[in-house]
Design a protein around this ligand. Structure first.
Ligand SMILES: *[C@@H]1O[C@H](CO)[C@@H](O)[C@H](O)[C@H]1NC(C)=O
Ligand SMILES: *[C@@H]1O[C@H](CO)[C@@H](O)[C@H](O)[C@H]1NC(C)=O
Ligand SMILES: *[C@@H]1O[C@H](CO)[C@@H](O)[C@H](O)[C@H]1NC(C)=O
Ligand SMILES: *[C@@H]1O[C@H](CO)[C@@H](O)[C@H](O)[C@H]1NC(C)=O
Length: 422
């Protein structure tokens, strides 16, 4: 009989078999007696308010003893398969020698308590089923201290989950980042709780449009959250772009600078100025553009675009450095547009003197050569119109016959020209 002995007592199939065997042989083990005492079993139940709870009284080894189910006030709900209690929310789901199973629909908080399964043995046995009713919180509500925040300032959000049992817990997420809130739990009713969580943080420009989630964790709900999008005001970001010229800024050239300023709210004012000096009197400011005609070395200096909005102001600088007017074909070595400093090509003018003569000679020679080639081709074509057309036909043709046809076809096009030259 030792084979089936299960000290843990969890093997539901083998639980009663070893006891019988022990009784017949040398049964003095207390475990057996306890196992026999657990003949009747019931489980605790958690149920969401308004839903249905099922209470099951299970009997192993039943010898025709009567089962009944009592409510927490020890009134009989079911006696065998008969319901003396008037509450029709209780319904028999299954009644057999081994089980009395009863459902309770539309559960309310007042149904909570310890239900009793009774077996009329001698002595009678009892097993207990504790019903716990969960009440989900209402939709969470986020409130913020202010609708819009300026960058660098602190904002405060409050999230409330009302009337839950047990108390809900609240988590905060700002985008992908978890925030730590300060939670207060308040008992609003006999068993219901209101939970409030508050977060405080300072915002950056990047927080504009980011969502802040108040996430409710509660056993009766899934995926319950409230969301709020941050609206952050920030001062302008300013960038000067050289629209013209593309290369070096030379005396006599025109200069066209664009100021690109973005902010929230949109910059209401964009100003051009020259650091420590006056802007040349004929400079024209159109919207966010600065236009200076006929550059002069005396215009060297730092030109600044200042943009401002309700949050603050910001600027970008452009350093103008006026080079000598081009005496030859300019050979810019770098692109000063990217560096925001037109001095990038400094030193180039001295080298030009020697390179110039060679360059000019080379260009002239090249031009003459080109002219000769063009002239030569021109005369050759007029002399040999017929032959060149024949050659063209031959090139395209698959065989000699088509070559001739092609060549003849070509005559039609050239007849006019031939007549003209004859
Ligand atoms: C009642 O329970 C018995 C044993 O657990 C099972 O065989 C039977 O199918 C059940 N009947 C219903 C209606 O659930
Ligand atoms: C559920 O019970 C509540 C009271 O606890 C009652 O007001 C409601 O009408 C009931 N609902 C149903 C569907 O029986
Ligand atoms: C540049 O300006 C100075 C006075 O500001 C003037 O004397 C000079 O002629 C100007 N140069 C050119 C190329 O316009
Ligand atoms: C402006 O820059 C040129 C170099 O291109 C220099 O020769 C000139 O002296 C500078 N003028 C002033 C007023 O700084």
């Amino acid at each position: 009989g030792s084979r089936a002995y299960s000290p843990s007592g969890t093997d539901s199939q083998g639980m009663f078999a070893p006891c019988l065997k022990f009784h017949f042989s040398l049964c003095t083990f207390c475990l057996c007696c306890e196992v026999e005492g657990q003949n009747l079993a019931a489980d605790n139940v958690s149920v969401i308010e308004g839903e249905t709870a099922t209470i099951s009284c299970r009997v192993k080894n039943n010898d025709d003893s009567v089962i009944q189910l009592l409510n927490p006030n020890r009134q009989t709900i079911y006696f065998k398969d008969v319901r003396p209690l008037k509450d029709s929310r209780f319904q028999l789901v299954n009644f057999s020698d081994n089980e009395l199973r009863v459902s309770l629909s539309n559960v309310s908080l007042s149904d909570e308590g310890r239900y009793v399964c009774q077996l009329y043995t001698d002595p009678p046995q009892e097993a207990y089923a504790d019903i716990t009713v969960l009440v989900p919180p209402g939709s969470p509500i986020i409130e913020s201290r202010e609708d819009v925040v300026s960058e660098g300032n602190e904002t405060e959000l409050t999230c409330t989950a009302m009337g839950s049992k047990p108390a809900a817990s609240i988590r905060w997420m700002k985008g992908e980042e978890e925030l730590t809130g300060e939670t207060t739990v308040e008992e609003i009713d006999e068993r219901l709780f209101a939970v409030t969580s508050r977060v405080r943080f300072s915002v950056t420009k990047e927080d504009d449009g980011v969502s802040v989630d108040c996430i409710i964790d509660h056993p009766a709900v899934k995926d319950l959250l409230a969301q709020r999008h941050l609206e952050v005001l920030y001062k302008p970001e300013v960038k000067i772009v050289v629209t013209y010229p593309e290369g070096l800024t030379r005396e006599g050239d025109n200069l066209d600078l664009s100021c690109i300023a973005e902010g929230k709210p949109h910059p209401h004012q964009i100003n051009w100025m020259r650091v420590e000096e006056d802007v040349p009197p004929h400079a024209v400011v159109t919207g966010s553009d600065l236009y200076i005609e006929n550059l002069n070395k005396s215009y060297n200096g730092t030109y600044r675009c200042v943009a401002s909005n309700a949050v603050g102001e910001a600027y970008d600088d452009y350093i103008l450095y006026v080079y000598d007017a081009p005496t030859t074909i300019p050979t810019p070595t770098t692109n000063p547009v990217n560096t925001q400093d037109s001095r990038a090509g400094e030193g180039a003018p001295q080298k030009i003197d020697h390179a110039v003569i060679g360059g000019v000679v080379a260009v002239v020679m090249f031009a003459i050569l080109c002219a000769l080639i063009v002239l030569g081709r021109y005369f050759a074509r007029h002399k040999g119109t017929y032959f060149t057309h024949e050659a063209k036909g031959a090139d395209d043709a698959a065989d000699a016959d088509t070559a001739i046809i092609n060549a003849e076809g070509g005559h039609n096009n050239t007849d006019e020209k031939k007549e003209y030259y004859i």
